[in-house]
Design a protein around this ligand. Structure first.
Ligand SMILES: NC(=O)NCCC[C@H](N)C(=O)O
Length: 304
């Protein structure tokens, strides 16, 4: 049995699901794309090739092996994009939540049955249908749970809005002893530089008390300020629009000391090293073309 345990973003990782780029299907049409960065690359003829994405994900898997992390991969479904394991489910404490994800992505969940079969069924929670939620928007952080959301009346017009107010209330009810803090995120169906697809596209804690943050990803200044005050301005690495677009906030922590990052994120990687982190640099810029990076490709099961 897998004894689920995740209470933060950075404790030492013991078991994780890593998505797969195998059989991810033909290049989608613009109508089939569900994020603006993929759309941009479809239009430009630069959509990533499957073989390149497989190579990048294999590089990520090798880092996990180096650190003794147990890695589960989804069963490969034919012509199905299963790269972003993060969004289909998430673990808080000892429960795995089956996300009510964008309908276009629903098929991805069944493919992790190998993991589901090893979890006590009473620990698997399916939120009610009206609760829209994706793991990229959910971050347990000790006595807090941070959640990205969008509550505008035009919610349904944004394919980039994945977590609604019902989700925030649902998580609040599930964890009455935690502070559930929600953040309104900036959404754009067409401009990836003005779109925080998920909370992890504009914010992520690293180490024990630091965070990467992008102000323009937040619609409400006080909510952005909450994070600055919570971590302290000196502990924040603020990224600009271009860096958000390149997904600087979507690195991934293997422990409070070790962060996996993209090789080309020089400014961030230097800052991380100055702060005393070990930075495991890998290539991931082809996957980045689909508006997701390292955190998005993983679904932690056990951190201790
Ligand atoms: N947590 C994340 O930000 N996941 C990235 C998902 C990217 C994918 N193209 C999507 O739009 O669902």
């Amino acid at each position: 049995m897998i004894e689920l345990n995740v209470v933060d973003e950075t404790s030492t990782l013991k078991a994780v699901i890593l998505g797969t780029a195998r059989s991810s299907g033909p290049v989608p049409t613009i109508e089939e794309a569900y994020d603006p960065k993929s759309m941009e690359h479809i239009k430009a003829g630069t959509y990533p090739k499957e073989e390149d994405m497989i190579r990048e994900m294999d590089g990520f898997a090798q880092v996990f092996h180096k650190y003794g992390v147990k890695v589960y991969r989804p069963e490969v479904l034919e012509d199905c994009n299963q790269i972003f394991a993060r969004d289909i489910a998430f673990v808080i404490e000892d429960k795995l939540f089956h996300a009510n994800i964008l309908p276009d992505r629903e098929r991805e969940f069944v493919a992790i049955y190998e993991v589901l079969d090893q979890i006590d069924p009473t620990k698997i929670v399916r939120p009610p249908e009206e609760v829209h939620i994706e793991g990229g928007d959910v971050m347990p952080w000790n006595d807090h749970i941070f959640i990205g959301t969008y509550t505008g009346k035009d919610y349904s017009s944004f394919i980039t809005a994945r977590t609604n107010i019902e989700a925030v209330e649902f998580i609040r009810d599930m964890f009455p002893n935690k502070t559930v803090k929600s953040f309104e995120l900036r959404k754009s169906n067409t401009d990836p530089k003005e779109n925080a697809l998920h909370l992890d596209c504009c914010f992520q804690p690293v180490g024990k008390d630091k965070a990467i943050l992008h102000k323009n990803g937040f619609l409400v200044e006080e909510e952005y300020q909450y994070l600055v005050d919570y971590f302290g301005a000196d502990n924040i690495f603020e990224i600009d629009k271009e860096e958000m677009y390149r997904m600087f906030s979507n690195v991934f922590s293997i422990s409070p000391e070790v962060v996996v990052s993209e090789k080309s994120f020089t400014r961030l990687n230097n800052w991380l090293r100055e702060q005393g982190f070990t930075v495991e640099e890998i290539e991931y810029n082809e996957i980045a073309k689909q508006e997701g990076l390292l955190r998005c490709s993983t679904m932690p099961l056990i951190r201790v």
